[in-house]
Design a protein around this ligand. Sequence first.
Ligand code: ZN
Length: 304
Amino acid sequence: MIQQFDTLFQMMQAFPDEQSAIDHFTAIRWKNGPFCPQCGSTKVYHFSDKRTHKCGDCRKRFSIKVGTIFEDSKIELRKWLLAIWLITSHKKGIASTQLAKDIGVTQKTAWFMTHRLRHAIATKSFNRPLSGEIESDETFIGGKEKNKHAWQRTGGKQGGSGKVAVLGMLERGGELRTEITPNLRAATVQDRIRDNVEPGSAIMTDEHGAFLGLQGDYNHHRVNHSAGEYVRHFCLHTNGIESVWALFKRQIVGTHHFLSPKHLSRYLGEMTWRFNLREMGEGSRVNALLAQTTGRLTYQDLIA
Ligand SMILES: [Zn+2]
C-alpha cells in the first residue's frame, strides 16, 4: 500500500522520521517485490535494522538507495522528499539557491540535488506515438533573441552563438514532448516529428520552412502569423505550444536567472514532465517522481 498525501503538511506528517521515509521509498521501488540492484535477483534478505538488505545470489549488501539518484547522497530522504515536493509542485520550478535555504543544505548540495531530480525526470521513455491534433513549434533559447520564433527574427541571425534550437510537439488534450535539435533544417525537424507523431494526424505549425513537406504524411495546417490570421478557426492555431514556450521562458528568467546551454535539456525535461502531470495532485506527483528515480547521476557525470 503506497502512502498518499495531498499537501506538504500531510506529507511531513506521513513521514515523521527517516525510517518512515525509507519505508515509503522502499514500498514504491519494490512495488513488484524486492530485487537486487546489482544482479537483479529476487532472492533478497532483510536485516533487522530495516535499512540493509542482502542478495541471496551475488551476496552483496545494499540499501534501497543503491542504483537510484539517492545513491551516495548523505542527505536524508526526508529532505529529498521536501525537494521533490518543491520541484514538482512549483509551476516554474525551484532555484537551487531557494532550495538550499528551504531545506538547510549548502547551495552546492542543493544544485546537485535539483540536477539529480532532473536526471530522474529525464529517464522517462516515450513509446506511444502522439496522435489526433498536434501543435508543433520551434523556438530558440539563449542569446539576445531568446525565446523568439524563427519568424520573429531577422534573417541570417538565427541559431547564432549561444542559441539552442528547441522543438516542441503538443498533443491537444494529451502529452507534450520537447527536445533540443542541432538545427531547424527541414530534414532534422521532420525527422523528429515523424519519430513522435502518428501518420495521418493533424499538425498545426507556423510558416517556418522547416515544416514544409509534412503534408504527405500528415494533415498539415500552417498558421499565417504575418498576415494576422492567428486563429482562422477553432482548431487552427498554435497557442497551446506557444504558451508552453512562454511558461518555459518564465521558468528560466524568473526562477533560474541564468541557464547554461549545457543543462538546458534537463530544465526542458523538468518543465515538460511537470506540464504533462499538471492534472495530477501534488502528492501524487511526488510519488510519480519517486517511482522513476532509478539510475545514478554522479557529480563527475554531471559536470563532464
Ligand atoms: Zn545480487
